[in-house]
Design a protein around this ligand. Structure first.
Ligand code: SF4
Length: 90
């Protein structure tokens, strides 16, 4: 396999990507996905989590981010995805 073959494709072909996705979804039943570690059941119909995020995170916006440091953004931007339901509470 060439050195430039994307690692995620290799994981997909091995079935490892699907296994990790399954484990990630199962972990939502007692979420400790951020530093709050509130343990909420995000698979429930109306989760009582601090961040109010349920089974699926919602994307607020996505775009090439040109304001990061050179080593992060390269020539065309770093690629940024912002999610709704911030868990910072500020
Ligand atoms: S605040 Fe949200 S992301 Fe953080 S642990 Fe609770 S449910 Fe998970």
């Amino acid at each position: 396999m060439p050195d430039t073959y994307p690692a995620y494709l290799e994981l997909h072909e091995q079935g490892e990507l699907a296994r990790r996705a399954r484990v990630a979804v199962e972990s939502l039943a007692a979420c400790v996905g951020c530093a709050r570690q509130c343990g909420s059941d995000r698979l429930a119909p109306n989760p009582a989590s601090f961040c109010r995020t349920g089974r699926r995170a919602l994307v607020s916006s996505c775009f090439p981010h040109l304001g990061e440091e050179n080593c992060l953004r390269g020539w065309n931007g770093s690629g940024t995805i912002f999610f709704t339901h911030c868990n910072l509470g500020c």
